[in-house]
Write a protein that binds this ligand. Sequence first.
Ligand SMILES: [Zn+2]
Length: 252
Amino acid sequence: MSEFDLIVRGGTVVDGTGEPRRTADVAVRDGTVVEVGKVSGTATQEIDADGAIVAPGFVDVHTHYDGQATWDNYLQPSSWHGITTVVMGNCGVGFAPVVPEDRSRLVELMEGVEDIPGVALTEGLPWTWQSFPEYLDALETSAHDLDFAAQVPHAALRVRVMGERAAAHTLATEEESQLMAKLAAEAIEAGAVGFSTSRTLNHKSISGELTPSYAAGRDELVTISRAIGATGKGCCSWSPTGTTSPSRPTST
Ligand SMILES: [Zn+2]
């Protein structure tokens, strides 16, 4: 009986640790790499990788598959390029949490910020969720070629809590900040890998409105960040701007 399930033989191993590439065999048992080097045993399946790179996979830390992942199992073109994990929900944009009356606003924002055609989003998004945990459940209803990690996006969170006032760049009240913090922490507990926000002038909806998170006050951001910190999980990612606008309200 073979000692391994799979041996990839003689490839050029680039293991992601920063070590120089080297020629080696890679042996796998029960879905886990158990030996890298000169492997002398046998395997149920052996692959001759001479002349090929053997790598553990690539993580793309900045993508916007938030919509596509709900209707597409292949996540192309990333899967074509050897990506094995995508992080999505960057730049503070995405589709949860959401209430039905704000769906088109989030589509217009994604269309403007990331140049994803609104018609594709409108046709494709099934909107079987309102909360972020429900969105994660929706993603899990089908298998995907890649792993993905979703962030809870600040623009969606702000619109969910503040409605029109979020889009108008009004400062959040203490109660609104607390509710955003609660929902963000719930998202992290449900499996979101982090929280993302944007303050860049480049992030506008298709109709030219600056992203709702653009002028969020310091207190709001600190309140949300503290709630996420209290979970002991997750990360916060920020798209900052080097430019200030005279229309930005003074944070409290
Ligand atoms: Zn982005």
